[in-house]
Design a protein around this ligand. Structure first.
Ligand SMILES: NC(=O)c1ccc[n+]([C@@H]2O[C@H](COP(=O)([O-])OP(=O)(O)OC[C@H]3O[C@@H](n4cnc5c(N)ncnc54)[C@H](OP(=O)(O)O)[C@@H]3O)[C@@H](O)[C@H]2O)c1
Length: 320
């Protein structure tokens, strides 16, 4: 074989190999195959204007559902609706303002939902963030605890009668990072600086563990609740970390093997929102969550005392 042919075949071979690996990964990450109509069903999605919430809204609208797009910024909600409308004319898209960092906003939102859509079918607690510098909610809780956990806790509490009356489903978007979390009752709701050895954002991890504990308690109380991790996804989530193009080059193996598109990650949310996932053996109380569009056992050893105490502390915080 001539050298020039080798120069051509090696990069082509590497390219084809990498492409095949990527396709295999995408297949392993799973897709929702069910495309049955959801006409008449009402879904509430927090943080529906971008990322996973947006992709979920798009997919459910394509299946003719009505989506309440619970967003903190109405311009961004409007933009998201225009983008969805470029793809599908199906479904109904209703923007409603919800800032999970403000109890007043959450209460106002819940009143509107109760008045206009009292028999909604599913609440998707998707909105979430990770911050590098101290930030607080209106009620002075540090932002990860305040938005990712407490805001959704209050929302469910305010809507609980409707959820119970309709047997509505609750979908909790947690993360596999919950396995690195810890519930620190001494500093609940307080900003804690990252230690020099901390490689990930503990406050975020803790809030995602709280999401899981919340789902467990809801399940114990008889709610139809599903908890999931979407996997590492390319969304606006890392905006506060300001990733640059060379980070993607530097981390290209991670990108290739681990970084999913928002559409792919959202499959886990869509699965939980539209399919019956929990079983007697596999559910949030037995430590199962959905990832790769299937039930997976968490490595966390959940502790009932922590579970119940977190509920009580959260209840106290929303009624303070
Ligand atoms: N991306 C990942 O790799 C990954 C991995 C595991 C779990 N997750 C979880 O997936 C969920 C969605 O994240 P994403 O990746 O789609 O991130 P994203 O693209 O940043 O979207 C987050 C959404 O949450 C909204 N939000 C933030 N603060 C809010 C507040 N105070 N009130 C109401 N809405 C608020 C954002 O609104 P604005 O656009 O107005 O800021 C945005 O719509 C989060 O719960 C996250 O923890 C993500």
């Amino acid at each position: 074989m001539s050298t020039s042919l080798l120069y051509l075949l090696v990069p082509v071979g590497v390219g084809v190999g990498l492409y095949a690996i990527r396709k295999l990964r995408e297949w392993q990450w799973g897709w929702v195959r069910n495309s049955s109509s959801l006409r008449g069903k009402v879904y509430i999605i927090t943080g529906a204007n971008t990322g996973l919430g947006f992709e979920t809204a798009l997919a459910l609208a394509s299946r003719q559902a009505t989506i309440i797009m619970a967003c903190r910024n109405m311009d961004r909600a409007g933009d998201a609706i225009s983008r969805i409308r470029q793809t599908t004319q199906e479904g109904e898209l209703i923007p409603l303002e919800l800032d999970l960092a403000s109890f007043e906003s959450i209460r106002k939102f819940a009143e509107q939902v109760k008045g206009r859509f009292p028999s909604f079918d599913c609440l998707i607690n998707n909105a979430g963030l990770a911050m590098r510098t101290p930030q607080y909610t209106t009620e002075k809780h540090e932002i990860h605890y305040g938005v990712n956990h407490l805001g959704h806790f209050l929302l469910v509490d305010l809507l609980k009668d409707n959820i119970r009356a309709n047997g509505a489903r609750i979908v909790v978007v947690s993360s596999k990072m919950h396995e690195k979390g810890r519930i620190d009752f001494e500093h609940l709701g307080q900003w804690m600086e990252r230690g020099p050895r901390d490689r990930t954002n503990n406050l975020y991890n803790n809030s995602k563990l709280m999401n899981f504990y919340f789902a467990r308690e809801l399940y114990k109380q008889g709610y139809n609740v599903h908890v999931l991790c979407p996997g590492l996804c390319h969304t606006d989530f890392f905006r506060d970390y300001n990733p640059r193009w060379y980070h993607y080059v530097l981390f290209s193996p991670i990108v290739l093997f681990f970084l999913r598109s928002a559409r792919q990650g959202a499959q886990n949310i869509i699965h939980c929102a539209t399919d019956n996932v929990n079983t007697e053996e596999k559910n949030p109380v037995t430590g199962y969550f959905v990832t790769n569009v299937q039930q997976t056992k968490s490595k966390t050893k959940f502790d009932e005392e922590t579970s119940e105490r977190l509920w009580k502390e959260s209840f106290k915080a929303i009624n303070a």
